[in-house]
Ligand binder design. Structure first.
Ligand SMILES: Cc1cc2nc3c(=O)[nH]c(=O)nc-3n(C[C@H](O)[C@H](O)[C@H](O)COP(=O)(O)OP(=O)(O)OC[C@H]3O[C@@H](n4cnc5c(N)ncnc54)[C@H](O)[C@@H]3O)c2cc1C
Length: 420
């Protein structure tokens, strides 16, 4: 039976980064990924910041960058708000997640981590007394032949659950993260593109509780998608909303050329304020990281940057705990990631709740108010896609915006009980 200090379940950005840092610190590390290739199928719009690219520590960025975007246009029903990033440091990039994730996995293996593909972790259980303080990880090869059952038993001191938004590891460990998810759909298609900017479409009738996006990935191709928060939607399926904007939205339908490829559907966890991401007992430990730990920005749904950032912390903490044979050290992981992004997530949750109760006319009024020169200046100067609370805090200091939001804040306070 194979034994490791650390087994990472899931080979996405969070898992690969955790494995890289665990291996780098000297712990024997294995990644188990259920699919036959890292990064596939893609469930992502692939919009990340320059900072996220730096966080990835990947050098050959030409291999995975589709294009650089110079800003965004936010469309409400009757208004457009143009936000341009003047500083190259604040630019965003559309990337190919399949290649990005593969490069991250390779970087982890270069540090000494091992990888098993095509193997789904079914169970993690505590070993018996004879086996000492170890976790037993049961995984099975994904095969279409029902008679072929290649089961593997692997032992480890620490399991890092980096298994995405539907985390089975969180469930098995009894760790509470969140029960709420955004439901998302996306296609790639031919689209009339005039400039390298992301288009964001807000409104209750377009994407209740979230927004729709068009992200250029070439001169004539874009990713077009949306998420909804089903607690605020007349129905939980986001597909009819996507079909509706593709065929009838005054901006999207005019520019979309009717071709479709790479349909994807997925979920994005909506964090809660009481997340528990560490279980350390009897000389063993389980950590959650990335989407499994709901480490995402509630305002934009982006999770790649936070996942990698927290992956590094998880990998280091797990390696230290194993090498020093002290599982208490794992608790430092939750403290550290909360210090890094906890306040940002908590503030983002408030903005998300507020957005959920806004109507189309509210979005119009807000876009109109923000279009004023000084407001746009503030957004441009303070805006940061990884830490969006900076700019929201700034805007909420403005008496005009406060007046505008007063009605929505009352609606929000009323709805708060419902959307905890
Ligand atoms: C439509 C959509 C658009 C998005 N757009 C963006 C965006 O533009 N920018 C951004 O930053 N974020 C975006 N996100 C969010 C982003 O995709 C996630 O936050 C990110 O992928 C999380 O990384 P992760 O490593 O935690 O999990 P994942 O990338 O989900 O990786 C988890 C891995 O675990 C594997 N796995 C699961 N269970 C098991 C098991 N039992 N055994 C073995 N392996 C297992 C899975 O196969 C998967 O490879 C988007 C999400 C969606 C759904």
């Amino acid at each position: 039976m194979r034994e490791y200090d650390i087994v990472v379940v899931g080979g996405g950005p969070a898992g690969c980064m955790a494995a890289k840092y665990a291996a780098k610190a000297g712990a024997s590390t294995l990644i188990i990924e259920e699919h036959s290739a890292i990064g596939e199928p893609v469930q992502c719009a692939g919009l990340i910041s320059k900072r996220a690219i730096e966080e990835s520590e990947l050098k050959n960025i030409g291999s995975f960058v589709n294009c650089e975007l110079k800003g965004a246009i936010v469309h409400s029903q009757s208004h457009e708000l143009r936000i341009e990033s003047l500083s190259p440091d604040k630019r965003a990039f559309a990337i190919r997640r399949d290649i990005f994730d593969k490069d991250l996995a390779k970087a982890a293996m270069d540090e000494g981590a091992e990888l098993i593909l095509n193997s789904k972790v079914k169970h993690v259980k505590k070993g018996g007394k004879r086996e000492g303080a170890k976790l037993t990880i049961l995984s099975a090869a994904n095969t279409t032949n029902a008679d072929v059952k290649e089961e593997n038993e692997i032992k480890a001191n620490v399991v890092i659950g980096a298994d995405g938004w539907r985390s089975g590891i969180a469930r098995m460990a009894g760790l509470t993260v969140t029960k709420n998810f955004l439901n998302c759909v996306q296609i790639e298609g031919q689209y009339e593109i005039h400039e390298p900017v992301a288009d964001i479409f807000v409104g209750k009738t377009i994407a209740p509780g979230f927004f729709a996006w068009v992200i250029p990935i070439g001169e004539t191709t874009a990713r077009i998608g949306l998420c909804i928060d089903k607690r605020f939607s007349p129905h939980p399926n986001p597909l009819p909303f996507l079909k509706r904007i593709l065929s009838g939205h005054p901006v999207i339908a005019k520019k979309y050329k009717g071709t479709q490829s790479k349909f994807t559907a997925g979920g994005i966890p909506i964090p809660t304020e009481r997340q528990k991401t560490v279980k350390a007992e009897d000389g063993t430990g389980i950590l959650l990281v990335g989407d499994a730990a709901a480490q995402v920005k509630p305002i934009t749904g982006g999770g790649v940057y936070y996942g990698m950032k927290c992956g590094k912390i998880a990998g280091e903490a797990a390696a230290r705990a194993c090498l020093e044979k002290n599982m208490e050290l794992l608790n430092g992981y939750e403290k550290r990631w909360q210090e890094e992004i906890g306040a940002e997530i908590a503030f983002g949750l408030k903005i998300h709740r507020l957005r959920c109760v806004l109507g189309d006319k509210d979005f119009d009024r807000i876009c109109q108010a923000l279009s004023k020169y000084d407001m746009i200046q503030r957004i441009t100067n303070r805006g940061d896609m990884d830490y969006p609370s900076f700019v929201f805090r700034e805007l909420l200091k403005n008496p005009g915006i406060i007046m505008l939001m007063a009605k929505s804040i009352i609606k929000y306070l009323y709805a708060k009980r419902k959307i905890r």
